[in-house]
Design a protein around this ligand. Structure first.
Ligand code: BF8
Ligand code: SF4
Length: 660
C-alpha cells in the first residue's frame, strides 16, 4: 500500500501543471486533451528537460576541438579556455553567434521578398502585383529615387537595384540610413557601426567569432551592433516595405484571434511561418470557386483559412485573416483534430509538429527549400507558379476532411479586435487624413497624457507561463499611461486577452485613456510580424524628426521588451533596438554571467557610448517599472516631466467637475 502511494506521488510530482504552463484557455484545454490522448508537446518536454545551466549562463565554448571548454559561472575569472579565451570573449562570441543567426534569418526573409519583387517588376512572376504604388513611391523617395512623372515600373526597377545594396554592398552605408535621425547616425559613424551590406556584416561576424580571431569582447560587440543594425534597418525593413508594396500597407481591420476560429464542419487549413508569399497564394486558392465547390462536394460547409505565428500576424494585419495562436500553441492547435492541413515555410516551425500531426491525421507540409522536416511531405512553393503548391495543399486538406477519423474538440474561445496599424496609419489616425503627422503623438507625449511609448514584442516560451508575462507587463504599462506597440507572438497574447479593442481603453491610465477615447483607438497597437519591428524603428525616427523629444532615438521616452523570448531572432531584434538607442528588457533568461565585463558593457557601457542598453528581469511588474523609470528619466532630461503632472492634475479636476 505504502509503496503504491509512493508511486502515485512520484507520478503526480512529475506531471506537467497545466495551470502553471499557460494562461491561454484554449491551449490549456488542448494540453488536457493531449494528455488524455497520450500526445507529448514542447510544454511536456520543457518540463522534463531542465535547461543546461552552463549553457544558460553562456559560460561554455565549443568553437573548436581543443574544447568544448566550460568555465565556472560562479567564479568566472578563475579559469580560461584551452586557447586562453576569457569568460568575456566566450560570452561575447556566443552572443554574437545568436545575433548573427537571427540577423541572417530576417535578412534572408527580406531577400526572398526582394526576389519576388524583382520577378514581379520584370514581369516573370504574374501571380503577384504591386498592390500599393503609393508606398512604392514613398519608399523610393526615401532612398533618393526620383518619382515625379515616372512610370511605376521604372521606379520599381530603380528601387530594386537600390535595395539590393542592403545585402550585397561591399563598402558604404545601407540605403535606409536615410531614415535614421542625424544624431543617431552620427553616433553610429563615430563608433564605426553603420552597416555596409548584410552579407558582408554577417560574414565578418562569423569570421570574427571563429576560434582565434576577435578576442576582445568590446570589439566583438561592435560588430554585433553593426550586424544587428543591418537586420533592423536593413533586412527586416526591406521585408516589411516590399511586403507592403506587393500586398498592401495594413490599415485597421477587425479580426478574430484564437483556436475558436476553426470550424468543425469546414475544411480547416493553417499556414504557419514567416514569409507572406505562401500565405497570399493560399488566400487565392481557398477563395477559388472550384476549390470551394470541391470542399462542399466533400460534405464541408466551406474552407477556413487561419494563420499562426508571424506570417499569420501579417495576414491578420493586412487582410483580417483569423489568427489561431502564437508559437506555443502550434502543436496544441493540432490536438483539436480539426486541422485538415498545415502548411509551413520557414522559422519557428517545431520539429515536434510532425509527431503531433501524425497522431491526429493532420496533413503537414513543408514548402520552402530551406526548411524540410524529416518524415514530413514536402511540396515546394515556387513564386512563379505559386498556386501549384497551395492548390495541392487545399486538395489534400479536402481529402483529409472527407476521411477524418479522430474525435474533434475545438475550444470555443475567440476574441475579436482591431489589428493592422502601420507607422503610416499612426500618422493618419493621430494626425487626421489631411494633416497626417506625428505632431499629435509628440504633443500628447510632451503634455504628458501619454507618458511614453513601449514596444512589447517577441515569442512565447515554455520555460515561463505562456502569455502571462506579456499580458501582465502590457496591462501595467498602459495603466501607467504608456502607449504600447506590438508585433509577433506578443501581439497575439494581448489580442487573446482582449486588449485590441477600443473599449480596452478603460484599462489605461487617465491620460492615455483620454487620447484613446478621443481617437477611438485601442491602448495597444498591433504592427504585424517580427520583421515589422522595423515599423517601430521608423515610428521612433518620425518622433525624433517631428521635434520636441530630443535629437536622437536615445533621447526619446521609449523602451522595449521581449518578456517571453526564445529565438536567436529575438536577440538580434533586441540588439538592434539597443544599437538604435532604446532601453530593451528581456525576460525568461539572459545568456550571460553577471558581474563580468561583458555584462557591464551590455547593461551599462553601451548607453554611455550613446546607444541604448539591455535590461533583464523575469517579473512582469518589475519589468514594467524598469521601463517606466527609464521613460521618466528621459522625460526629465527633456524637461517635460512637469507638464505631465500638470495635465494629470487638470484632468482629475475636470473629471471631478463633470461628476459634480
Ligand atoms: O519571428 S515572435 S516565436 S513566430 S521568433 Fe517565432 Fe518569436 Fe513568434 Fe515570428 Ni518572432
Ligand atoms: Fe575552448 Fe578556445 Fe576552442 Fe573555445 S575556442 S572551445 S575556449 S579552446
Amino acid at each position: 500500500m505504502e509503496e503504491s502511494m509512493e508511486k502515485t506521488k512520484t507520478v503526480e510530482t512529475k506531471a506537467l501543471n497545466i495551470k502553471e504552463a499557460t494562461t491561454c484557455d484554449a491551449t490549456a484545454q488542448m494540453l488536457r486533451k493531449a494528455e488524455r490522448d497520450g500526445v507529448e508537446t514542447a510544454f511536456h518536454r520543457a518540463f522534463t528537460m531542465k535547461a543546461c545551466p552552463i549553457g544558460a549562463d553562456s559560460a561554455c565554448c565549443k568553437h573548436c576541438s581543443m574544447g568544448p571548454c566550460r568555465l565556472n559561472p560562479k567564479d568566472p575569472y578563475a579559469k580560461v579556455g584551452v586557447c586562453g579565451a576569457t569568460i568575456d570573449t566566450i560570452m561575447a562570441r556566443n552572443f554574437a553567434r545568436m545575433v548573427v543567426s537571427g540577423a541572417a534569418a530576417h535578412t534572408d526573409h527580406g531577400m526572398s521578398m526582394l526576389d519576388v519583387f524583382r520577378e514581379v517588376v520584370s514581369g516573370k512572376v504574374k501571380d503577384y502585383t504591386i498592390k500599393d504604388p503609393l508606398k512604392l513611391e514613398e519608399v523610393a523617395r526615401n532612398v533618393g529615387i526620383e518619382v515625379e512623372g515616372r512610370e511605376i515600373k521604372d521606379i520599381a526597377t530603380d528601387l530594386y537595384d537600390e535595395l539590393e545594396r542592403t545585402y550585397t554592398q561591399v563598402e558604404g552605408e545601407i540605403p535606409f540610413v536615410t531614415r535614421v535621425p542625424d544624431k543617431t547616425l552620427e553616433t553610429w559613424r563615430k563608433h564605426g557601426v553603420v552597416p555596409r551590406g548584410s552579407m558582408r556584416e554577417i560574414m565578418e561576424l562569423m569570421h570574427r567569432t571563429h576560434m582565434g580571431v576577435d578576442q576582445d569582447y568590446e570589439n566583438i560587440t561592435k560588430q554585433c551592433t553593426r550586424t544587428a543594425l543591418a537586420d533592423g534597418w536593413g533586412g527586416s525593413m526591406v521585408a516589411t516595405e516590399i511586403s507592403d508594396i506587393l500586398y498592401g500597407t495594413p490599415t485597421p481591420v477587425r479580426a478574430e484571434v484564437d483556436m475558436g476560429c476553426l470550424k468543425e464542419d469546414h475544411v480547416n487549413i493553417i499556414i504557419h511561418g514567416h514569409e507572406p508569399n505562401l500565405f497570399e497564394s493560399m488566400l487565392d486558392s481557398v477563395n477559388d470557386p472550384a476549390m470551394i465547390k470541391a470542399a462542399k462536394d466533400a460534405g464541408a460547409e466551406g474552407i477556413v483559412l487561419a494563420g499562426m505565428c508571424c506570417s499569420g500576424a501579417e495576414m491578420l494585419s493586412r487582410h483580417g485573416i483569423p489568427h489561431a495562436g502564437n508559437f506555443m500553441s502550434t502543436e496544441t492547435l493540432l490536438v483539436t483534430g480539426a486541422v485538415d492541413a498545415m502548411g509551413v515555410d520557414v522559422q519557428c516551425i517545431k520539429q515536434g509538429l510532425a509527431k503531433v500531426a501524425e497522431c491526429y491525421g493532420t496533413k503537414l507540409f513543408t514548402t520552402n527549400p530551406r526548411c524540410h522536416i524529416e518524415g514530413v511531405e514536402h511540396i515546394e512553393f515556387h513564386e512563379h507558379t505559386p498556386r501549384e503548391c497551395t492548390d495541392s495543399i487545399v486538395e489534400r486538406a479536402i481529402v483529409r476532411f472527407k476521411n477524418r477519423n479522430v474525435p474533434i474538440e475545438i475550444p470555443k474561445t475567440t476574441t475579436t479586435g482591431v489589428h493592422g496599424f502601420s507607422h503610416e496609419y499612426v500618422n493618419y489616425m493621430l494626425g487626421g487624413t489631411f494633416r497626417a503627422s506625428y505632431t499629435p503623438l509628440n504633443d500628447n507625449i510632451i503634455n504628458g497624457r501619454i507618458r511614453g511609448v513601449a514596444g512589447v514584442v517577441g515569442c512565447t516560451n515554455p520555460r515561463v507561463k505562456q502569455d502571462y508575462v506579456h499580458v501582465e507587463l502590457v496591462k501595467e504599462l498602459i495603466r501607467n499611461d504608456v502607449l504600447v506597440v506590438q508585433t509577433g507572438c506578443s501581439q497575439i497574447s494581448l489580442a487573446k486577452a482582449g486588449l485590441y479593442t477600443p473599449e480596452a481603453a478603460h484599462l489605461a491610465g487617465s491620460g492615455l485613456r483620454e487620447v484613446c477615447e478621443t481617437v477611438g483607438m485601442p491602448p495597444v497597437l498591433g504592427l504585424g510580424s517580427c520583421v515589422d519591428n522595423s515599423r517601430i524603428l521608423i515610428a521612433c525616427a518620425e518622433m525624433v524628426k517631428t521635434g520636441g523629444l530630443g535629437d536622437s532615438i536615445a533621447d526619446l521616452p521609449v523602451a522595449g521588451a521581449a518578456p517571453e523570448w526564445m529565438s536567436e531572432k529575438a536577440i538580434s531584434i533586441g540588439h538592434y533596438f539597443v544599437g538604435s538607442g532604446v532601453y530593451t528588457v528581456f525576460g525568461v533568461t539572459f545568456p550571460i554571467v553577471e558581474e563580468t565585463k561583458f555584462h557591464k558593457l551590455l547593461f551599462e557601457g553601451l548607453e554611455e557610448l550613446g546607444f541604448g542598453k539591455w535590461g533583464f528581469t523575469v517579473d512582469p511588474h518589475e519589468m514594467a517599472h524598469m521601463m517606466i523609470a527609464h521613460i521618466d528619466e528621459k522625460r526629465r532630461a527633456l524637461r517635460i516631466d512637469k507638464a505631465r503632472e500638470r495635465v494629470l492634475f487638470d484632468m482629475a479636476a475636470r473629471r471631478e467637475l463633470d461628476a459634480a
